[in-house]
Design a protein. Structure first.
Length: 239
């Protein structure tokens, strides 16, 4: 009897404690919900233009040439054009958005033209190659680079005179001048980039001595200016 009474009393006390605890728990404020964490967005790394690069290019060139011989009174002006193709090598250094660098390029050309001077002598010119050594400065918008360039230019020029008496004379020499240009370059995959560029090459006038039997003192003052539009691909070494 005593054991039964003890067990009953213990159960009654335990039930009271549970009821009181439940009542107190009901009076407690609800725990705040955890704040939602914004998803982490992937940010691709900003492209780094610093490094040495090499590449190739193809395009077209257009040139204006003029001839004049003050002694013979002969003169002529004509245009010529053709395809160009070659390569370039350079280096860039990037400071935040500013990119500075140097570049050298060489292009074989098919810029040929012909004409007749005012004395009916036939003139042929062939610019066989052009080359430049320039500095570059540009603004980088991640993978897009907008740049300008300027420096010294070279051109190999062959000129031929066929006079009205059947005589012929020719000369080949390297011109030296200046160049300036603009371009866009886009890094399309890891260390590979593609560019589109316009360059102007100015060479001024050069005296050409082209003596023939009929014109022993033919010395023409010939000028040459070249405009090049080319597309190219570069590979940059390093990260």
């Amino acid at each position: 009897m005593m054991l039964r009474a003890f067990v009953g009393g213990f159960a009654l006390a335990a039930g009271s404690v549970v009821c009181v605890a439940s009542a107190n728990a009901a009076d407690l404020p609800l725990a705040p919900r955890p704040q939602a964490v914004a998803p982490v967005m992937y940010a691709p790394p900003v492209y780094n233009w610093t490094g040495i690069y090499v590449g190739g290019n193809l395009g077209g060139a257009f040139a204006n040439s003029s001839w004049s011989d003050p002694f013979a009174g002969a003169n002529n002006t004509f245009s010529k054009g053709g395809f160009i193709g070659g390569g370039q090598i350079g280096a860039n250094l990037q400071y935040n958005w500013l990119v500075v660098g140097v570049e050298g390029d060489f292009d074989w050309t098919g810029i040929k033209g012909s004409g007749t001077d005012s004395l009916a002598n036939a003139i042929n010119t062939n610019t066989q190659w052009t080359a430049t050594a320039t500095g570059r400065i540009g603004a980088a918008f991640d993978r897009l680079l907008v740049y300008g360039k300027g420096g010294v230019a070279f051109a190999d020029d062959k000129s031929t005179l066929n006079d009205t008496a059947g005589g012929s004379a020719s000369t080949t020499f390297t011109r030296t001048g200046w160049t300036a240009g603009l371009g866009l370059e886009y890094a399309f995959y890891e260390n590979w980039s593609a560019k589109l560029e316009y360059d102007y090459l100015g060479f001024g006038s050069q005296t050409l001595n082209l003596p023939t039997a009929a014109f022993p003192s033919y010395a023409s003052s010939a000028s040459l200016n070249v405009q090049e539009v080319k597309a190219g691909i570069n590979f940059k070494f390093g990260p």
